[in-house]
Design a protein around this ligand. Structure first.
Ligand SMILES: *[C@@H]1O[C@H](CO)[C@@H](O)[C@H](O)[C@H]1NC(C)=O
Ligand SMILES: *[C@@H]1O[C@H](CO)[C@@H](O)[C@H](O)[C@H]1NC(C)=O
Ligand SMILES: *[C@@H]1O[C@H](CO)[C@@H](O)[C@H](O)[C@H]1NC(C)=O
Ligand SMILES: *[C@@H]1O[C@H](CO)[C@@H](O)[C@H](O)[C@H]1NC(C)=O
Ligand SMILES: *[C@@H]1O[C@H](CO)[C@@H](O)[C@H](O)[C@H]1NC(C)=O
Ligand SMILES: *[C@@H]1O[C@H](CO)[C@@H](O)[C@H](O)[C@H]1NC(C)=O
Ligand SMILES: *[C@@H]1O[C@H](CO)[C@@H](O)[C@H](O)[C@H]1NC(C)=O
Ligand SMILES: *[C@@H]1O[C@H](CO)[C@@H](O)[C@H](O)[C@H]1NC(C)=O
Ligand SMILES: *[C@@H]1O[C@H](CO)[C@@H](O)[C@H](O)[C@H]1NC(C)=O
Ligand SMILES: *[C@@H]1O[C@H](CO)[C@@H](O)[C@H](O)[C@H]1NC(C)=O
Ligand SMILES: *[C@@H]1O[C@H](CO)[C@@H](O)[C@H](O)[C@H]1NC(C)=O
Length: 618
């Protein structure tokens, strides 16, 4: 028996730690009969770089290991990812993993309600499993408007080898992060309460538009005629939805945020803030160079395509450079185009996703709702400042993360559960720490209503939305029988809501924790358009919800470590034949104490020696 463990993700660990991790990985793989993923270790140095100047402006850009965008997390279903984040910036930092469901583990979610920030000059290690997920996602910093300065990057969760993907293996995959960009410092934008400035650019993988005199570089992808490529596109921007298209090329939409869709052929694709899609593009044109374009939606432009991200699709042996105008997309104010496309994006019920059984086997055809929330997003003025609200409540971030308050203080002094309305708006806007109870293992219907003159998008951590309906104008309960798609709604984590319209989703609340429900529009989020859903199960069994990690950070009202639990006796060294089986990572926190490591190393040595396992480190 030969066990091969990839080394591709390891950097800079100490030799001893690496050895320990190796042996643990071996041990888990050798001893656990369940389907467990690999251990992926990443070390990230997050800092501010003033030399990148993506659009020739001297501005701070947040880099990870000197990269902008940050490095790819390339993983497979059920892998365990360990990201040791060093905050080398001059301000606090938190990273979130957008769309990663953090099963039973909101401790790793990296938003202000779940984690204390990583202070400047310190590091903190996130450890999470990509449990039962596939697809394309992205990560970004969550506090202090930092996403407007960078710090984002792509995540791929590949199918396990035993599970078929519902399309032929592409020749190559490209990650494509697109987002609007300010031509000035994010630190300057945020002190104006995020409200005064509009973005000046749209960047493609951190690069300015092709042929602009301001661009330091432009993005380009090499393709060979006759081959098919997968583009994993995410909108990592701040405010604007985008329309994405490739000159003279069709796109086959295949996946969104972890669901394989019914495949549809598109000329252009709307990607709203925080969303991710995979499209297949076949290089079936005359070998030349072609424009790759993203333009903003619902924005008045002086000329069409005035603010466009522009990259190139470059065929092997192309001798013709691009010429002529950029390919036009739909009218940016054509909501019917966008709505019709959204309604055509449905779930392929018959294909497997992260598991071999069909994606559609868990569905909404016959569910009984436990709860309905009607959430109205709007703009208000509080104390003379613009604030974005949900049901006329603007979220105020307490200095103690909600999750810590819950664990150690029963919430007291930090938030009051269910203090604000979830079916209607308050008559006047208020400040509030909006936390609402979600019924564990209940079906929740959320209707998002958008009172803004702007496309909004909403995201829930911890779950997927079954996107059952979109509408323009007011929602009424009759919409359930006349406008909902119960047959094959797509399952995703970020959904758009059209100006003046509504979007309805169903969510199955099977994941206990403290979960952020937010506008992905950075300005709306930063100025209060968010709340938390507390899904609570009184059963303290850690198989239901994980206990806090060993490296838990404290802040606010939970300063001192809580009294230690009754100490457990240390395990005695095992006798040669008695082999303890380590708990699979899906149900137990990864052990980090040295004694724990030593114990694992010793016990694994016995296992490996006695079973003659060879380790091939190539
Ligand atoms: C990502 O991982 C998959 C599966 O291990 C591998 O086939 C692929 O080459 C990797 N891609 C990159 C860009 O590292
Ligand atoms: C900080 O990094 C060191 C290794 O350089 C690691 O041992 C330690 O666990 C990390 N701290 C946290 C809180 O993750
Ligand atoms: C793309 O092709 C050009 C030559 O046509 C080559 O110079 C360049 O290095 C290639 N880029 C990549 C990323 O392979
Ligand atoms: C490009 O040109 C090279 C050398 O002339 C040739 O070997 C290759 O097959 C060509 N590629 C395509 C896709 O035509
Ligand atoms: C776009 O311009 C029109 C006409 O000037 C105006 O009525 C509309 O409010 C503008 N929309 C946005 C989103 O700026
Ligand atoms: C759904 O997935 C199956 C593979 O299980 C595939 O054969 C079929 O073409 C897909 N349907 C659509 C509409 O994409
Ligand atoms: C939907 O789920 C039910 C069980 O709740 C199952 O019987 C049915 O086959 C599923 N529908 C599809 C299309 O898979
Ligand atoms: C639908 O759900 C109801 C109540 O949960 C149940 O009695 C009924 O058998 C279900 N119907 C189908 C077709 O599954
Ligand atoms: C915790 O707070 C809730 C109200 O939010 C209360 O019902 C419960 O009794 C409290 N539990 C303890 C142990 O204080
Ligand atoms: C929210 O508050 C504002 C200001 O008092 C009020 O005009 C508005 O009607 C309220 N919104 C709703 C939906 O009641
Ligand atoms: C609302 O919260 C802000 C802090 O976010 C604070 O400055 C302001 O005084 C609060 N206003 C009221 C009316 O409580």
């Amino acid at each position: 028996m030969i066990i091969m463990i990839s080394r591709k993700h390891r950097h800079h660990e100490t030799a001893a730690l690496r050895l320990g991790m190796w042996w643990l990985a071996c041990c888990v793989m050798a001893l656990s009969s369940a389907v467990q993923g690999e251990e992926i270790f990443l070390e990230w140095h997050v800092k501010i770089d003033n030399t990148i100047k993506p659009v020739s402006v001297n501005q701070p850009v947040i880099t990870i290991n000197d990269l902008f965008p940050g490095p790819l997390i390339n993983a497979t279903t059920n892998d365990n990812v360990h990201v040791n984040v060093y905050n080398d910036m001059d301000e606090p930092l938190l990273m979130t993993w957008n769309g990663i469901q953090q099963r039973l583990n909101s401790w790793q979610d990296g938003v202000s309600g779940t984690n204390c920030p990583i202070r400047p000059g310190t590091n903190w290690t996130y450890v999470f499993q990509l449990k039962d997920q596939i697809g394309g996602f992205h990560y970004f910093p969550t506090i202090n408007f930092q996403r407007a300065g960078g710090g984002f990057g792509p995540i791929r969760i590949n199918n396990r080898i035993v599970i078929n993907v519902p399309f032929p293996k592409p020749e190559q995959e490209f990650d494509l992060l697109i987002g609007d960009w300010y031509g000035l410092s994010f630190k300057k934008v945020r002190v104006t309460w995020g409200a005064d400035y509009f973005p000046d650019w749209i960047l493609m993988n951190g690069k300015g538009p092709y042929h602009s005199p301001f661009s330091e570089a432009h993005e380009s992808f090499n393709v060979s005629r006759g081959k098919t490529y997968r583009f994993r596109i995410s909108n990592v921007g701040n405010l604007w939805s985008i329309n994405f298209r490739i000159q003279n090329h069709k796109m086959l939409l295949v996946e969104t945020e972890g669901s394989y869709t019914n495949q549809i052929t598109l000329d252009s694709l709307d990607v709203h803030v925080g969303q991710s899609y995979s499209v297949l593009v076949t290089a079936d044109q005359y070998p030349a160079d072609y424009y790759i374009v993203a333009t903003p939606k619902w924005v008045n432009l002086t000329k069409p395509n005035a603010i466009a991200a522009v990259g190139l699709l470059h065929y092997d042996n192309s001798t013709e450079s691009v010429n002529g105008p950029l390919p036009n997309g739909p009218d940016p104010f054509d909501i019917d185009f966008s709505l019709n496309q959204a309604q055509a994006i449905t779930l392929n019920m018959s294909t497997g996703g992260a598991r071999p059984n069909p994606q559609g086997s868990f569905n909404v055809t016959n569910v009984t709702l436990s709860q309905t929330f009607l959430l109205r997003g709007s703009l208000a003025v509080i104390d003379g400042y613009p604030r974005y609200t949900v049901n006329n409540v603007t979220y105020v971030t307490p200095s103690t993360p909600l999750k810590l308050a819950d664990q150690f203080l029963n919430g007291s002094g930090v938030y009051e559960l269910d203090a604000f309305p979830i079916h209607s708006s308050l008559p006047a806007p208020v400040n509030g720490t909006f936390v609402v109870s979600g019924t564990h293992k209940g079906w929740l219907e959320i209707v998002f209503k958008n009172d803004l003159d702007m496309i909004d998008s909403w995201h829930l951590d911890g779950f997927g939305f079954f996107v059952v309906g979109f509408g323009l104008g007011e929602w009424t309960p009759e919409a359930r029988s006349t406008m909902y798609n119960f047959d094959d709604p797509v399952v995703r984590s970020t959904v758009q809501v059209y100006p003046g319209g509504w979007t309805a989703v169903y969510v199955y609340l099977d994941n206990p924790g403290m979960w952020n429900l937010r506008s992905q529009n950075l300005r709306h989020w930063y100025l209060g358009q968010e709340l938390y859903i507390r899904v609570y199960d009184p059963d303290p069994n850690p198989a239901k919800e994980r206990s806090p990690p060993n490296n838990l950070l404290f802040c606010g009202a939970v300063q001192a470590p809580p009294p230690p639990p009754p100490s457990l006796p240390l395990p005695s060294p095992p006798p040669p034949k008695a082999v303890p089986v380590p708990s699979p990572p899906s149900s137990a926190a990864v052990k980090t104490s040295h004694i724990g490591w030593l114990y694992v190393v010793i016990s694994c040595s016995f296992v490996l020696l006695s079973s003659g396992v060879q380790i091939n480190a190539s």
